[in-house]
Design a protein around this ligand. Structure first.
Ligand code: SAH
Length: 482
């Protein structure tokens, strides 16, 4: 019998599947229930919160029988915070969940019968991987100044200075910020009234360089007794950049446009592989640099560059992938919509003495078609790394017209990857390899690098899964050319 459940009903059910947002899914009498915080394999007691005809949403009341994949979340706030949707699941199972998610999307949405999956690239230690953190500052019920995180989708702050995804140093920094505020009677910002000074604390840490950045986001132009603030923070080893960010708007957006230097310099430097990047408080930079390096190495492997290729890197951000590719390509062109990111990209190219890369500001779906129609630009390889919504069809259409030998698709959302792969598949591009990468352990997010090759291209070589064999062929071909 289906549809027989109503709000507040208590149900015992076995969780047999996981949804894309990490929610447990189970069935009772053919009726599907989504249970947040339940893990595949659990038998749970759940309370129906919302009942539709064929399915409903329920709240986890009690785990009756633990799944073999269930672990004790190391963070006491895991459930309240909601940032780590998978912390109650063993890391091995998280990786399996993510692999299946990518594979299922490519089959169901992408229409692939078989997916040439490579093993997911996971972390050795799936915590403390984030190089950036933003903590809201406020007061608790007792009036004490606190920092932490917003509970669920609310704007009430739960005190926690030690998020396990961030670096341990964050706690020291936050202690010093709060001590400074208390000593100098500096008010935290209050969203309801729009009054108060300190809104957020932004920290960044260069995993490679050891450089530390602290940026205080304020609802004003200056802070009182700034010297005591910088003096205290400078005691932290690696401190390189202490700045203010001015945000006087009544908005949820964390950062304003203006940066004021308090001490040191306005940026820190960090490396991914052999490439150096300068990062300011406003720059976009990948939050998990170790996995990002692996992701870019995978993109580079798929691009199969010999030094002769012209490569386009679309959605290039601060040029991170472009510079990686430029080490092995003849010429790289990057396209990105945000002008400041392109400024960073150009500076980073100079910093690394890479001269074979050029950047354009604009929408990828406008810049590339225009360059192609007007100037007849060419590409051997096109790399795309779009935001979650994926690529615009105009862009995919131009890619097909340009007919590069290979397309390397770096994706942060496998459902839009699958949609775009389907389009490219209908226009002559075949999926050769797919590699998921876990950049965001404990969360449901997964990155994917996907290689597509042009079925029509003369130089198309069927890739066996053994790269050594492939490189042998390339080397032989090059020897013959000479
Ligand atoms: N490849 C970069 C950034 C990827 S994030 C890296 O690895 O660091 C996606 C980027 O696409 C963002 O920088 C965003 O600003 C940019 N973007 C979003 N829509 C775009 C569009 N229509 N055209 C070009 N860039 C776009």
């Amino acid at each position: 019998m289906s549809g027989s459940y109503a709000k507040n009903d208590l149900v015992t059910l076995k969780i047999t599947d996981m949804g894309n947002d990490g929610e447990g899914i189970g069935k009772v009498d053919g009726y599907t229930l989504f249970v947040k915080d339940a893990v595949i394999g659990d038998t749970v007691l759940a309370k129906v919160m919302k009942a539709k005809k064929n399915y409903g949403y329920a709240r986890l009341m009690e785990v009756v029988e633990k799944s073999p994949y269930r672990v004790e979340p190391p963070c006491p706030y895991a459930r309240q915070c909601g940032g780590c949707q998978l912390q109650a699941m063993s890391y091995e199972e998280q990786l399996r969940f993510k692999t299946n998610k990518v594979k299922n999307h490519l089959m169901r949405i992408g229409g692939l019968e078989e997916v040439p999956m490579e093993p997911i690239i996971g972390l050795e230690y799936p915590y403390r991987y984030r190089n950036k953190a933003q903590f809201p500052v406020g007061r608790n019920k007792e009036g004490k100044i606190i920092t932490g995180f917003y509970a669920g989708h609310t704007h009430s702050i739960i005190e926690n200075r030690n998020c396990l995804l961030g670096v341990e140093l964050n706690e020291q920094i936050l202690d010093k910020v709060i001590a400074y505020m208390e000593e100098n009677h500096v008010e935290p910002y209050d969203e309801k009234t729009g009054k108060g000074l300190v809104r957020h604390v932004l920290t960044r840490y260069g995993f490679d360089s050891g450089e530390v950045m602290v940026c205080l986001i304020i609802n004003g132009n200056k802070i009182p007794n700034a010297d005591s603030f910088t003096e205290s923070l400078r005691q932290i080893p690696g401190m390189t950049s202490i700045t203010l960010n001015i945000n006087k708007e009544r908005t949820n957006v964390i950062l304003g446009d203006q940066i004021k230097l308090l001490w040191g310099q306005t940026y820190i430097t960090d490396s991914i592989g052999t490439i150096k990047y300068q990062i300011s408080p406003l720059s976009f930079y990948q939050v998990n640099p170790a996995q990002t390096r692996r992701m870019y190495e995978k993109a580079l492997e798929y691009a199969q560059l010999t030094g002769e290729e012209t490569v386009w890197d679309l959605y290039c951000g601060i040029g991170t992938i472009s510079l990686f590719l430029a080490q092995k390509a003849k010429q790289v062109y990057g396209v990105e919509i945000i002008p400041q990111a392109i400024e960073d990209a150009r500076r980073n190219a100079a910093l690394n003495h890479l001269k074979n890369v050029e950047f354009f500001v604009g929408k990828a779906e406008e810049v590339l078609p225009e360059k192609y129609e007007k100037e007849g630009v060419y590409a051997d390889v096109i790399v795309v790394d779009p935001p979650r919504k994926g690529c615009d069809e105009t862009l995919l259409d131009t890619i097909v017209k340009m007919s590069p030998k290979r397309v390397v698709y770096v994706s942060c959302d496998s459902s839009t990857l699958a949609r775009d792969v389907k389009y490219l598949g209908e226009h002559g591009y075949q999926v050769e390899r797919v590699c998921p990468i876990d950049n965001f352990s404990q969360t449901v997010h997964v990155e994917t690098v996907c290689l597509l090759s042009n079925r029509k291209a003369d130089s198309y070589i069927k890739l066996s899964l053994d790269m050594d064999e492939y490189y042998d062929i390339i080397e032989k071909e090059q020897a013959e050319k000479k």
